[in-house]
Design a protein around this ligand. Structure first.
Ligand code: T4K
Length: 374
């Protein structure tokens, strides 16, 4: 019989570099007495990320939400933007804060990303951009979305909050679209405690984003636009720099866990795993989403979620409810029936995945899932 875990098993845990490594590295910040406002560690970290992503067109922020808000504003996006309801609220909030109307269209059933077949029908004279999400790090239908954006002269923006380290056909996921936003939040496989990054094709945007994240200051005496404060600080950058060094081991550990889950869960009736990602995708193993078919599994997704808690396992229902069901977005009129998004949101559960989860833990979680009773 499987017994409850002694300590809670959360959906994720942040990777922490060895404490001595962090303490030793802190000395530099103490010596500098420089904590924020584009300090030397942020500058060095920016260069390291530029090398990692193979582009100098990037800009760091205090978190991903502000990065996306500033990205939209800096690109001058207005009117309507076609987007997905199957995401974290911050995606839509970033539009709202820019007074942009979200136009929700459905997702595709395999990887849960925006369905290109639904996008075209939602375009109106007010549409200025598509904001798609590489949800769980699954790449969107990049070519189809690019084709639609090009034909209709729309900007193509990716919320790549989950997609750090993902590559498609040997190219960083940031190479696709006009703008991508990455979140470096503690709950992500790669993090800087909190943090965010924009990558973009148009080199001229860098200056605009740098102004917008620092109150619009050009110099001590000139403010050229009404910016905000969204700067990354030195401690965040230091953590980000250290975690970056460990990325290969983080991804390798998660890959092992992901494969173990796939192997065990594939045998349980009523559990649907996302199909293998297409050839050419280097995945980051950021999330472990599964769908629960109530009739076949013998229990609903919510019953499983509650039952897991009794075993001290805290899975999450990312992303339920749909954005369109939150009180603050219920007034937004939605033409698309969002049939797939509704179906998936009612069945999805994301299981624990983080690098220090042991093989034994994963095996036990799978045993719990297969033997669980409501
Ligand atoms: N776009 C998308 C698609 C996103 O998913 C997100 C963020 C954003 C935009 C915005 O990016 P940021 O502005 O956040 O950079 C979490 C995160 O706060 C959020 O960053 C993330 N997406 C979202 C999917 O998940 P919560 O409310 O579920 O987090 P919370 O505090 O319940 O943490 C989940 C579990 O993680 C906890 O049960 C335990 C563990 N945990 C958490 C923290 C913070 C730790 O072990 N240590 C920690 O320090 O939103």
């Amino acid at each position: 019989m499987v017994t409850p875990f002694e300590k809670p098993i959360y959906v994720t845990r942040p990777f922490l570099p060895p404490l001595e490594e962090f303490c030793e590295a802190l000395r530099e910040i103490w010596d500098n007495q420089w904590l924020t406002n584009n300090g030397p560690v942020v500058q060095r970290y920016t260069q390291k990320l530029a090398d990692y992503f193979g582009t100098n067109n990037l800009c760091l922020f205090s978190n991903g939400t502000l990065a996306l808000q500033i990205g939209l504003q800096g690109m001058g996006i207005t009117g309507e933007v076609i987007t997905t309801p199957f995401t974290f609220v911050a995606t839509t909030h970033a539009l709202y804060w820019n007074k942009i109307r979200p136009v929700f269209v459905d997702i595709e059933p395999d990887y849960y990303t925006l369905d290109p077949a639904k996008v075209e029908a939602a375009i109106t004279p007010w549409t200025t951009a598509i904001l798609a999400v590489h949800v769980y790090g699954h790449p969107c239908r990049l070519n189809e979305l690019a084709d639609i954006a090009r034909r209709h002269n729309l900007k193509l923006i990716y919320d790549a909050a989950h997609a750090f380290g993902v590559k498609v056909n040997g190219r960083a996921i940031s190479d696709y679209g006009d703008l991508s936003m990455f979140s470096f939040h503690a709950t992500k496989l790669y993090h800087s405690i909190e943090g965010g990054m924009l990558t973009f094709g148009d080199r001229g945007l860098k200056q605009v984003f740098d102004y917008l994240k620092n109150f619009g200051f050009k110099n001590e005496l000139e403010v050229v636009m009404p910016g905000t404060n969204a700067k990354m600080n030195e401690l965040q950058a230091l953590m980000g720099e250290l975690v970056l060094k460990h990325m290969p081991q983080i991804v390798a550990a998660r890959r092992g866990i992901y494969e173990q889950y796939r192997q065990h869960l594939a045998e349980i009736p009523g559990i649907k795993l996302p199909p293998r990602l297409p050839a050419g995708v280097d995945y980051n193993y950021g999330y472990m989403p599964v769908e629960i078919d109530e009739a076949e599994f013998g229990m609903s997704r919510d019953q499983l979620y509650d039952a897991l808690k009794r075993y001290n396992v805290y899975a999450r229902r990312y992303f339920y409810p749909l954005i369109t069901d939150f009180a603050c977005y219920q007034a937004v009129s939605v033409a698309d029936p969002l049939a797939t998004a509704k179906h998936v949101a009612s069945r999805i559960i994301t299981l624990p995945i983080f690098s220090e989860l042991s093989e034994n833990d994963v095996g036990r979680i799978c045993q719990v899932v297969s033997g669980i009773k409501a």
